[in-house]
Ligand binder design. Sequence first.
Ligand SMILES: Nc1ncnc2c1ncn2[C@@H]1O[C@H](COP(=O)(O)OP(=O)(O)OP(=O)(O)O)[C@@H](O)[C@H]1O
Ligand SMILES: [Mg+2]
Length: 237
Amino acid sequence: MLMKVDNLKKEFKTGEVVTKVLHGLSFSIEEGEFVSIMGPSGSGKSTLMHILGMLDRASSGHYAFLGREVTTLNDNELASMRNEKIGFVFQSFNLLPRTTVLDNVKLPLTYSKNKKEISKRAKKILESVGLGHRLRYYTNQISGGEKQRVAIARALVNNPSVIFADEPTGNLDSKSGIQIMDILQKLNDSGNTIILVTHETFTAEYAKRIIKIKDGRIEEDEPVLNHRQALDGDMLK
Ligand SMILES: Nc1ncnc2c1ncn2[C@@H]1O[C@H](COP(=O)(O)OP(=O)(O)OP(=O)(O)O)[C@@H](O)[C@H]1O
Ligand SMILES: [Mg+2]
């Protein structure tokens, strides 16, 4: 079992105002799954992803990741678990400006020692997402779809246990969006666990399971019987 949450709740306090967002979610996710989290705007999808991705903490309830209770970790333990085990892809790419494609992907590896190995690994991963010809370009010199592929490469470079993608196709035209979904699906075919947040059914159906959230509660948790297949292509081998 990769992740298990039990009666997970989240509320935000802003001065006197308390906003209750997640009202006690319970579910588990196995290694190798591809799960879409769907729901209307404001239903708590990103909030849930931030907690599962250890960018934020639950207000109460339990969260076990690879058998370890996350809610009892201190901030340093949480950060190192996140850096080692989790890759993120966001709607707005979140790449460093004035920095090359290659350096963006090398960034999470700067704590490892061997510089040559770092470059080799970053290049190999960029090639696998079809960007071998863009290594020296700056991030303002590439298209939106290319930016998102850089973000995927950066998410992959530490070989994480799970990749979280929050609306990764939200800022892309449909062709670039399909390329991104094909990459995510091929990554899942080769064993990676993927958790995708989306509000589009078309995108969600690349996954093998859809969890629907409404007003901070699970409304439905069902397998996708005929999940969408990636197009053939040589983007990822
Ligand atoms: N830091 C915060 N402080 C107060 N309220 C917050 C905070 N973050 C999120 N919320 C509230 O929690 C609710 C859920 O937000 P969340 O971002 O999880 O929604 P979402 O399902 O991802 O929506 P979208 O599809 O628009 O991205 C919203 O009503 C939002 O205003
Ligand atoms: Mg969101």
